[in-house]
Design a protein around this ligand. Sequence first.
Ligand SMILES: [Zn+2]
Length: 157
Amino acid sequence: MNNIVKVTGTFEAAHRLSFDEHGSCSNIHGHSYKTHFFFIGELSKGSMVVDFRIVKKLVKEVTDKLDHCLILFKDDSLLPAIKPLMSHFRMGLRELDAEPTAESLARWLATEFVKINPGLLRDLDKLRLGAVEVSETETTMARYVLRNPKDDQDDGK
Ligand SMILES: [Zn+2]
């Protein structure tokens, strides 16, 4: 599979990094996140990898799960205090199994995308999600690369 196509998405969210005790990142603050989803596939239907309209919709489904939420680490000491308030006022709260860094968000988005759309990975010879990038600012970016499940199959032979 030699072709890579990219779909860009965005979402607005707040987070904090609880480990950054003496830095400003331990304050709840927001970002206009930019995401890039990279799909690897073979050309079909007369020279396209995938219909962008379909993939854009799938990417939006996943990024919408974080949009306008407060994203916190599940072990953040702030969580027990803020969770009842967020629930009472029906505000979006997303708990992650790791500190909500750009790296963690890239992994979460990739995992969630695959969970929602397992068919893209099942059809290994045509299309799969290869990587997800997350940018909090114009100058920083984290990338999560997904292993090709076919490589795992080949390892077993
Ligand atoms: Zn931040």
